[in-house]
Design a protein around this ligand. Structure first.
Ligand code: ATP
Length: 234
């Protein structure tokens, strides 16, 4: 579904990604794990067209997207939930959700998708008229995921959804990510919380200093000695 080949991304003369190659197949949850500053967010920003690569190719369903602007990439079916959630704090929960559907042309299906989102996150239905900024951190993360889903993506990119949340909320959010995937959305999950991410993922990649160091099934990565030492604190 998505294929990155030899992707190099720079901030000025600082090289943040070095020859990244990775694949995401339809129906999978693929996770990218790595330490602070390893290049996880840059990988997502590069896929979304926010920071285009200097060299390399990115193909989505066999079409090259590495030179497309972000709005075209969203229209093709890729939505991102950015790190730190970035919902609109002054707008209500419902208005945030409506903005997620802004680029859609099939407006007649939006009501059905709202019902789906409220079935995933009943709390958002209760808070529909409340300002986004007054929600708890966990609820804001739920809103950020829901807003991305309102764009009806076929590929959902998630940047550290567990950041700053209590363990019980993290488990809840990861259960929903798994459910969204089972309902048909392919997921690329960027996480520092390697343990939780590998538990729901099918496959994973490990990134260090802007380069992919390891790729394997999530099951094998969870058992890998080096991964356990570096990322699972075991
Ligand atoms: P974190 O888990 O802390 O979010 P990350 O794995 O997502 O880290 P990136 O944010 O992708 O890492 O950063 C990769 C590298 O690029 C780091 O060395 C970082 O300092 C650098 N970098 C990121 N954004 C910029 C920027 N706007 N200008 C210059 N360098 C940047």
């Amino acid at each position: 579904m998505l294929r990155l080949r030899n992707v190099d991304t720079f901030y000025g003369n600082i090289q943040a990604l070095r020859g990244i190659c990775l694949n995401i197949e339809e129906g999978e949850i693929v996770t990218l794990i790595g330490a602070n500053g390893a290049g996880k967010t840059t990988t997502l920003m590069t896929i979304c067209g926010v920071i285009p690569p200097l060299s390399g190719t990115i193909r989505f369903r066999d079409k090259p997207i590495q030179h497309l602007p972000p709005n075209k990439i969203v229209r093709m079916g890729i939505s991102q939930v950015p790190e730190g959630r970035l919902i609109f704090p002054q707008l209500t929960v419902m208005e945030n959700l409506e903005l997620g559907a802004y680029l859609r042309t099939d407006k007649e299906n939006i009501g059905k998708d709202l019902d789906y989102i409220f079935s995933l996150f009943p709390i958002l239905a209760e808070r529909a008229k409340q300002q986004g900024g007054t929600l708890s951190g966990g609820e804001q993360q739920m809103l950020a995921i829901s807003r991305a889903l309102m764009g009806r993506p076929t590929l959902l990119l998630l940047d550290e959804p567990s950041l700053g949340l209590a363990p019980i909320i993290i488990r809840q959010i990861f259960d929903i990510i798994k459910k969204v995937n089972e309902d048909g959305t392919t997921v690329f999950l960027v996480e520092q919380n390697a343990n939780q991410a590998l538990k729901i993922a099918h496959r994973g990649y490990v990134i260090e200093n802007g380069a992919i160091m390891l790729e394997d099934s999530a099951e094998r990565l969870l058992k890998n000695e080096a991964v356990r030492k570096a990322y699972l604190g075991i």
